[in-house]
Design a protein around this ligand. Structure first.
Ligand code: D41
Length: 680
């Protein structure tokens, strides 16, 4: 008896604790314990429940994924209808909206809540005595589908509300959506499994929520923000929308942190512009902003027309998708020889800019989407990325459309085109013999992370190339002032600045130089690992594929690319010319494969800006260091990126030195300065 009581108390305590951590994680967006600790609590609860099945309750955090798939969705009647939103597409329409409200309410200035318009699907959640009892889609606003079993799998939706004074009946409405990152990951997974990719996060969210099997929904990265009330207990009362949202948050329901109070049409316009700027940086898709009269009494006096309230409006951003025609397909050759088909489009205005090109990626993509020249297609512009062709509008296809095949010969240098096994990309085999690859190689060489030649942008490289002033990278160091000043749009001052920048680039580091050569798959981290391991260019050049693989971060593929690169005489010649021109770097550390940091142990924590975790780890290992996962008295350094969490605290406690990302960069350049032994 005594034992059962203490077990049930422990179960209760665990559930409560887990709910609180969920609140910090999903609502406050500020996790209060590490993931492993959270998992430990959840496992403990799961184990106790397995041992004591009689103590399982439906609102337990372990009970998200139900047992059996449904056969059909049942219908739910919304006792309070789910209204829709009127749309506005211009500043003037918002001014009209505001004007009408002011006139109706005889008020000088109206306070609105400005909210991002999430691109997901509207949902209603019903809580009885704080417990989630029903989730339903909007449907036609009067009747929707019962998707309770699916909404229960969404971790940010509390199964039980927290806090006090929760009304016996509380129905909230909100938007279920899939964050951009989750959407990308899901599509990658779908493609790997040979399943069809979703066209946009909205479709992915809708498709995921309309699964009969909740086990599938549970694997989909869905989340929610709530923004309105449905049916609630009579006693429940609030003065305004914004304070209601604060209360919902306290009860554990996620509310979007971008919601703000604004005043009048001008405040609305400012908010619209503010979010428009911020849009690409947000972790979720929005297609506009919503304005709602904040005061509930004022809302009531405005009432609603047809199915939309007169106190709310959506100001939509310009469309990100439009229909146009593919007039032709060009083939571009990149730095690594990749042939990229690019659709030439009938100009179309999408999301605020005129789009004339869209990348088609590769032949497989063209085949998969069945894209033909002359087809009518939907193009999408998302953020700053290159416009994409979403799909063909097959109903508009006529018999004049033409299929497209990538050429078997490079359109620039006429070399053979090949395709590596398991790769989707066709490549020109011409290497630096190919003008296109030469030109791209020079652009890369001059770029910021490479040799960082200030003022030598892509446009200028194109111009130099067309004027035949340069053919390869080494020619950059032979550019003459007299030739440059004759060029169009080149003033004397900019010529002088450019020559200074080119000269300055001669002083560099081995890792930068290796990266600048633009060898396939050799990014900054790999270049750095190579430089650290071999210490000199000669050693890298001499190494065969087998030796190269001894370098951390270098696998068989990269090793082959490297060996191939250095086996080409034209590459070796260009490198020799560059060095003859005076490009140089500091002498290597003491010995080949210098393991300066051997016997030293590092821990990496938090988010680094210029490396992934694995890159940072590879860098350290290349220098001989050991990288472990937890801080102890045997740790020499903790490298702490942004939001470092508990490991940095532990380091402080143990007196272990913590390095910032800047320090870390310095360490990679001069590791010998960081040699310490733990004994003193
Ligand atoms: O973010 C949204 N998509 C959003 C949709 C929002 N922030 N607020 C909304 N407010 C309403 C009212 C004012 C009717 C409660 C909405 C929607 N409705 C809505 N979503 C789909 C249909 C209607």
């Amino acid at each position: 008896m005594q034992k059962t009581k203490s077990v049930s108390q422990r179960i209760d305590a665990l559930r409560k604790e887990i709910r609180e951590h969920n609140f910090h994680y999903y609502v406050e967006d500020d996790p209060d314990i590490p993931d492993v600790e959270y998992d430990r609590l959840l496992r403990e609860l799961e184990n106790l429940e397995v041992e004591n099945p009689g103590l399982i309750t439906i609102d337990s955090p372990t009970q998200r994924v139900g047992a059996e798939p449904l056969k059909v969705f049942s219908q739910v009647t919304h006792r309070v209808p789910m209204l829709s939103l009127s749309n506005a597409f211009s500043k003037e329409e918002i001014e009209t909206f505001d004007h009408r409200i002011r006139e109706n309410l005889e008020a000088d200035e109206i306070e609105y809540a400005g909210e991002p318009k999430l691109d997901g699907l509207a949902i209603s959640l019903r809580y009885e005595n704080g417990e989630l009892v029903q989730g339903a889609t909007r449907g036609d606003g009067a009747t929707g589908e019962n998707v309770t079993h699916n909404v229960r799998t969404i971790k940010s939706i509390p199964l039980k509300l927290r806090g006090t004074n929760i009304p016996p009946l509380l129905e909230v409405r909100g938007e279920i959506f899939m964050p951009k990152k989750g959407f990308d990951d899901l599509n990658t997974r779908q493609q790997k499994m040979g399943e069809k990719a979703f066209a946009n996060p909205r479709n992915a969210a809708a498709g995921s929520l309309r699964q009969l099997d909740p086990k599938i929904t549970a694997t989909r990265p869905l989340t929610i923000y709530v923004y309105a009330l449905g049916e609630v207990s009579e006693s429940f009362h609030f003065d305004d929308h914004f304070s209601l949202l604060q209360q919902l948050k306290k009860w554990g329901l996620p509310v979007c942190s971008e919601i703000q109070l604004v005043k009048g049409a001008s405040g609305c316009q400012k908010y619209y512009e503010y979010l428009g700027e911020k849009r690409n940086g947000l972790p979720y898709e929005i297609d506009g902003v919503v304005f709602k009269v904040n005061n509930y009494k004022q809302q009531q006096r405005m009432g609603f027309v047809a199915k939309a309230p007169r106190w709310a409006i959506a100001h939509k951003f310009p469309a990100q998708e439009e229909m146009t025609i593919i007039e032709g397909i060009d083939v571009q050759v990149g730095r690594t020889g990749a042939l990229t088909p690019v659709a030439r489009l009938k100009p179309v205005f999408v999301g605020g800019v005129t789009v004339t090109n869209a990348t088609l990626h590769n032949q497989d993509e063209i085949d998969r989407k069945d894209i033909r020249i002359g087809d009518t297609v939907i193009v999408r512009r998302a953020g700053d990325v290159i416009p994409q062709v979403v799909k063909v509008v097959l109903s508009k296809r006529d018999d004049k459309t033409k299929e497209f095949r990538l050429p078997q010969k490079c359109p620039v240098c006429d070399s053979d085109v090949f395709k590596d096994e398991g790769e989707a990309v066709n490549r020109c085999s011409g290497g630096l013999y190919c003008g296109a690859q030469q030109k791209e190689a020079i652009k890369h060489y001059a770029s910021r992370k490479a040799m960082d030649i200030d003022g030598l942008g892509d446009k200028l490289v194109e111009q130099f190339f067309e004027e035949k002033l340069i053919e390869n990278i080494a020619d950059l160091y032979k550019l003459e002032r007299d030739d440059l000043v004759k060029l169009e749009r080149m003033g004397e001052k900019s010529v002088d600045n450019l020559l200074v920048a080119i000269n300055k680039s001669k002083e560099t580091t081995l890792s930068r130089f290796l990266y600048s050569l633009g060898i396939r798959e050799v990014g900054e981290a790999t270049a750095m690992a190579l430089a650290n391991y071999f210490g000199s260019l000669d050693e890298v050049k001499k190494a065969d594929a087998e030796t190269l693989q001894k370098v951390p971060d270098v696998g068989p593929i990269v090793a082959n690319h490297l060996a191939h690169f250095f086996s080409q005489s034209h590459n070796v010649e260009v490198i020799e010319k560059i060095i003859e021109a005076g490009v140089h770097w500091p002498k290597p550390l003491a010995k080949t494969g210098a393991q300066v940091l051997d016997k030293m142990t590092f821990v990496i924590t938090g988010t680094l800006v210029s490396f992934s975790r694995s890159e940072a780890k590879a860098q350290l290992q290349a220098l001989g260091a050991k990288v472990t996962g937890s801080v102890s008295k045997n740790t020499n350094y903790v490298i702490a990126g942004a939001d470092p969490g508990s490991k940095a605290d532990k380091a402080d406690k143990l007196g272990v030195k913590v390095l910032s990302e800047d320090d870390f960069n310095h360490l990679l350049q001069a590791p010998q300065e960081y040699l310490v032994s733990l004994d003193g």
